[in-house]
Ligand binder design. Structure first.
Ligand SMILES: Cc1cc2nc3c(=O)[nH]c(=O)nc-3n(C[C@H](O)[C@H](O)[C@H](O)COP(=O)(O)OP(=O)(O)OC[C@H]3O[C@@H](n4cnc5c(N)ncnc54)[C@H](O)[C@@H]3O)c2cc1C
Length: 399
């Protein structure tokens, strides 16, 4: 929807083809954080030493379906390679570039869609069970600071004073200033879609199964029902399924479904004034208009495996350690497939094979945060306008 709206702004007639309704993919149930300070790649020095422990813990933040492991192995190898310090710094810089621009691009879309009321929060708290865990990640906070992220550390008692729902027994907390979130991320996408249609855009329900190609140019999209949609330019922004379409256009991309889970509880018994990132548990706790949403975690099992909601249950149990008053944990459970590339930053920009095809996918854990900037960049590039985003780090042929 970000690509579509920014393409309209530069003067194109746009059609969006999606087999689901707008926002019904991974964007449906995310943790709603415009997480501009989350610039540290997931693969980092020391991470691999923790993986065996996580594998053995059925409730841990990472799980891999064993039968899926052989298929995942090449992705994991690339993921591990991205975790050396020199590469982490490069990737953090590429992430910071997107994050820095995302505030303004979000605002542009929110204003256009009349969705300003969905923006809430002024900061966010990262919670650690033990002070030692914070010390071990001090280098990450230093690196964030280098890119302008502002934070302050609180003791457990200080955090409890600020947010009485949080146990004073936590090790410590970090307040991240300037972090905003949405009160309803799904509504945000549907409002973008409504705005797009009001401005003359066409939403078309259908599955793209292939492409019409003539003279080294993609002239149309073939749908599963046999229809062909003619287009001068095409943008592939199909979340965790994008690699299947890119492969048909000559670009092989190591994209994986990084499956996350959560539960949204209308009556949790807990009131919070800000979003929490439970660093020790590997998940987020977000107060939304429809209730408290608790979830995150990472599961690799491919796109087709059924959801395993034990993972959502496990996060609820863990959340009780820091939110002792959490009482009614009945709620709606959800699983979403994050489009994950092994080196953390998305693919944004033109196809190396077809000059009238562009890509915007692979935003992993940060698609809500970075989506608007990716959309603006793609639109400006297609329109031949100068842009303030350096594309190099996001090229599709970097793999
Ligand atoms: C638990 C969880 C918490 C998260 N929290 C945050 C957060 O706090 N902040 C943040 O920034 N990000 C967060 N994310 C990540 C974010 O939600 C994703 O990065 C983002 O939703 C990806 O958006 P997308 O448009 O690329 O993919 P999607 O939202 O999945 O959309 C892709 C769409 O393409 C359609 N499609 C695919 N193939 C085809 C085809 N061949 N033909 C037609 N249609 C097709 C799909 O049906 C789908 O509707 C979270 C994710 C999860 C799972």
């Amino acid at each position: 929807m970000s690509c579509a709206l920014f393409l309209q702004r530069v003067g194109f007639d746009v059609q969006v083809i999606d087999r689901q309704g707008p926002g019904e993919g991974c964007s449906f149930g995310n943790a709603a954080g415009i997480a501009t300070s989350e610039i540290i790649p997931i693969s980092k020095p020391g991470l691999l030493t923790k993986v065996p422990k996580w594998f053995l813990d059925p409730d841990g933040p990472l799980s891999v379906k064993l039968t899926y492991l052989p298929k995942l192995a090449p992705w994991l190898w690339r993921f591990a390679r991205a975790g050396n310090m020199a590469r982490v710094r490069e990737l953090a810089a590429a992430a910071a570039q997107l994050s820095e621009l995302s505030g303004r691009d979000h605002e542009t879309l929110r204003r256009a869609a009349g969705a300003e009321h969905l923006l809430v929060g002024e900061d966010c708290a990262a919670i650690y069970d033990r002070d030692r865990e914070f010390s071990e990640s001090q280098w990450e906070w230093d690196l964030r600071s280098e890119f302008g992220v502002k934070y302050r550390k609180l003791s457990g008692a200080e955090m409890n004073e600020l947010e009485p729902a949080i146990s004073a027994d936590i090790g410590c907390a970090v307040i991240l200033e300037g972090w905003r979130n949405l009160s309803d991320p799904y509504r945000f996408v549907t409002m973008l879609a409504e705005c797009f249609e009001r401005q003359g855009g066409v939403m078309r329900s259908g599955e793209v199964s292939g492409f019409e190609i003539a003279d080294n140019s993609v002239t149309g999209l073939r749908l599963a029902d046999g229809a062909v949609v003619r287009a001068d330019y095409s943008v592939i922004a199909a979340g965790a399924w994008s690699h299947r379409l890119a492969a048909q256009l000559g670009s092989k991309v190591p994209l994986e479904a990084d499956r996350g889970y959560n539960t949204t509880m209308p009556n949790s018994g807990v009131t919070l004034g800000r979003q929490l990132i439970y660093e020790s548990g590997g998940f987020a706790i977000t107060p939304l208009s429809e209730g408290l949403r608790i979830g995150g975690a990472v599961e690799f099992a491919g796109l087709e495996a059924p959801a395993n909601y034990r993972r959502a249950d496990a996060m609820l149990r863990k959340a009780k350690c820091i939110l002792p008053d959490l009482e009614d944990t009945r709620g709606e459970q959800w699983m979403g497939a994050r489009p994950a590339l092994p080196d953390f930053v998305p693919v944004i920009g033109p196809s190396p094979h077809f000059s009238n095809v562009h890509y915007a996918f692979g935003h992993g854990h940060l698609g809500l945060t970075w989506g608007p900037t990716s959309g603006r960049f793609v639109a400006e590039h297609i329109a031949g306008k100068p842009s303030n985003l350096d594309l190099t780090a996001y090229r599709i042929d970097r793999f």
